[in-house]
Design a protein around this ligand. Structure first.
Ligand code: V47
Length: 375
């Protein structure tokens, strides 16, 4: 679309509050906290989408990304008690409790590699009986067996736990994991940074400062990472904006985040008394506002697992440029009632992206192009 057409379409907006924000976006100026709140509160979803799509195409052209990957969750036994989490259990005798062996870890990884995976994404519980070496060994054996595979593993929450149980500082933990073969950190564990919300939904989890410090330390060691936000529970709009701006500030310091992933709250089988799934409008707004506020984060992910294929596909015209990937074995969202499939075929992702009018690109974890699916 020509810029003049865009400006004309946007000038038809029914929400005059948006005009100064539109002006800033078109001039490449940074948005403020109040702008973020106004964007969330607008009912002019189409103007919001146009603006976010303008921003995403400015950064990534018509490309929309997917990755052939597998998630592996080595255990769901966890010392934390997060109220939103249906996956983990603190009780080793709970019928749903499980631990996988190193043999299982290798066979799951081998299956992924045989399917063409370029990435494994490993996160799990903070197992009270496992020492740091148990986790370190996971990275070592995957690296030994699969020298070229990208290992994206262990959230900041896990890194903090390894530091506590090993009595090593988290920089040393990260260095040891990197030397063992770790390539990057995933973004889980961010939830919502606002302490008053965190006290309700994740009372025993590390706070936002430590979460961001660990990511920034990883970045300084040459490890990239992603970052997330869990929304659609007890938080308010200003908590979401605050969360995004704290990420923007951290990114200004290190530049190591590759992608932001809004995670839509899944309401089943957990201890938060909220029964509703997020709405499609809320999912699209959250992605669009993220694209507009996080001007220094290269990619925004529409994670099909949590928002479903249809909204994730639509989101590709509302500021997202990535759909995550094949996943192969999703547990965290599905324990909590996600209605999406637990895995995805590459062909389906390509079709969804094409239908959204974008060019599908199979990427690696760091967004290098592995294959562009042209016309
Ligand atoms: O940390 C847990 C969230 C996260 C629920 O880094 C829930 O590329 C919704 O972080 N409803 C793990 N969300 C998943 C995650 C992720 C997923 C895909 C890609 C990437 C990436 C990261 O899932 C947890 C927590 O924030 N979560 N329970 C729930 N009931």
């Amino acid at each position: 679309m020509e810029r003049s057409d865009l400006e004309y379409m946007i000038s038809l907006s029914t929400d005059k509050e948006l005009f100064p924000i539109i002006d800033k976006v078109l001039k490449g100026k940074r948005l403020s906290f109040d702008d973020g709140v106004k964007l969330f509160n607008t009912n002019d979803l189409l103007t919001l989408g146009l603006l976010a799509n303008f921003k995403t195409e400015e950064k990534n052209g018509k490309y929309a990304y997917f990755v052939i990957n597998r998630q592996i969750n080595p255990t769901n036994i966890c010392a934390l008690d997060c109220k939103f989490c249906a996956f983990a259990t603190m009780d080793k005798n709970d019928p749903k409790a499980y631990e996988i062996s190193y043999e299982d870890l290798i066979s799951k990884t081998k299956y992924a590699v045989d399917q063409g995976a370029s990435e494994v994404h490993i996160v799990g519980g903070l197992h009270p009986d496992w020492d740091f070496n148990t986790y370190l060994e996971m990275i070592k054996i995957i690296r030994e067996n699969f020298p070229d595979l990208h290992i994206k593993a262990f959230t900041a929450v896990e890194i903090d736990y390894f530091s506590k149980i090993s009595k090593l500082d988290y920089q040393t933990v990260l260095i040891m994991l990197k030397e063992a073969g770790l390539n990057s950190l995933p973004g889980g564990g961010a939830e919502i940074f606002a302490p008053k919300v965190r006290r309700i939904i994740a009372p025993t989890k590390i706070g936002w400062k430590r979460y961001l410090e660990i990511h920034k330390t990883a970045h300084r060691l040459g490890l990239h990472s992603t970052t997330t936000m869990l929304y659609g529970h007890v938080e308010e709009i200003h908590d979401r904006v605050d969360h995004m701006l704290k990420i923007r500030e951290a990114q200004d310091e290190t530049g190591g985040f590759t992608c932001f992933i809004p995670l839509a709250y899944q309401p089943e089988n957990n201890d938060l008394n909220i029964t509703d799934h997020t709405s499609g409008i809320d999912d699209l707004k959250t992605i669009a506002v993220a694209r507009l506020l996080l001007d220094n984060v290269p990619h925004i992910k529409a994670y099909w697992v949590m928002i479903g294929e249809k909204i994730a596909q639509t989101a590709l015209n509302f500021g997202a440029d990535d759909m995550d990937g094949t996943v192969m074995e999703e547990k965290i969202a599905h324990f909590a009632g996600a209605k999406s499939p637990t895995q995805q075929q590459k062909e389906k992702l390509i079709r969804l992206i094409r239908e959204a009018g974008k060019i599908p690109v199979e990427r690696d974890t760091l967004y290098n192009h592995l294959k562009v699916y042209g016309e």
